[in-house]
Every structure is written in structure tokens, then in C-alpha cells.
Design a protein around this ligand. Structure first.
Ligand SMILES: [Cu+2]
Length: 117
């Protein structure tokens, strides 16, 4: 009977050890959300900074408007069109690879480009 409890104890330790190991070394095959990166673009003095960015599919691009007027982030091909009020921020996420040229629809001279890989 005592042997049975010892065996049971060993099994419990092995199972617990397995779960601890899984937590310390998580699987890398968790899908694309495991590698999501945030890229920041600042809108200041009626310009996007940096003007040209390169991201991976599914990355989050945060646009922070530091001007005192409203701007938009509007893709020429209609892929995205977001308004960002003064002092606010908005996020753009693009899944499909390609080059996305955009501008501010209120101030068309404000231009930027996003390359999605
Ligand atoms: Cu604008």
C-alpha cells in the first residue's frame, strides 16, 4: 500500500513538472498573434512622422495626433479611413500585404505610406 502512494506521488510530481515546463517554455506555434508588434506614428505640425513605415501583417499601427486640429488617416484605395481628433490616438491594423499610400482627407498635403509584409 505504501508503494502505491510513492508511485502516485512520483506521478503527481511528473505531471506538475510538465505544466511548469510548459509555462516556462511556451510553444512557439501559437499563431500570428504571438508576434504582434505596435508601430507608432506621430501626427505633428500637419505631418506624419515617420512618413514611411514598414510593418508585418497584423501589426498594430498607432497614430497619435499631437496637433490641435482633427486629422484623418485615409488610404487612397479605401483600405482604411479613420478620424483622429486633436490630442487623441487611433489604431490601424492591416492584414493584407502590400503598399498603402494614405493622406489626411482634411489636409490632403499630409501624406504617408505603409508597407505591409
Ligand atoms: Cu489633417
Amino acid at each position: 500500500m505504501k508503494t502505491l502512494w510513492i508511485i502516485l506521488g512520483i506521478v503527481v510530481i511528473l505531471v506538475a513538472g510538465y505544466f511548469v515546463y510548459k509555462n516556462i517554455y511556451p510553444s512557439n506555434n501559437k499563431g500570428s498573434d504571438a508576434t504582434v508588434v505596435t508601430t507608432s506614428v506621430t501626427i505633428s505640425n500637419f505631418a506624419f512622422d515617420p512618413t514611411n513605415i514598414s510593418v508585418s501583417s497584423g501589426d498594430i499601427i498607432t497614430f497619435t495626433n499631437k496637433d490641435t486640429v482633427t486629422h484623418t488617416i485615409t488610404a487612397y484605395d479605401g483600405s482604411f479611413n479613420q478620424t483622429v481628433d486633436a490630442g487623441q490616438a487611433t489604431e490601424v491594423k492591416i492584414i493584407k500585404a502590400g503598399t498603402y499610400d494614405y493622406h489626411c482627407s482634411i489636409h490632403p498635403s499630409m501624406k504617408g505610406s505603409i508597407v505591409v509584409k
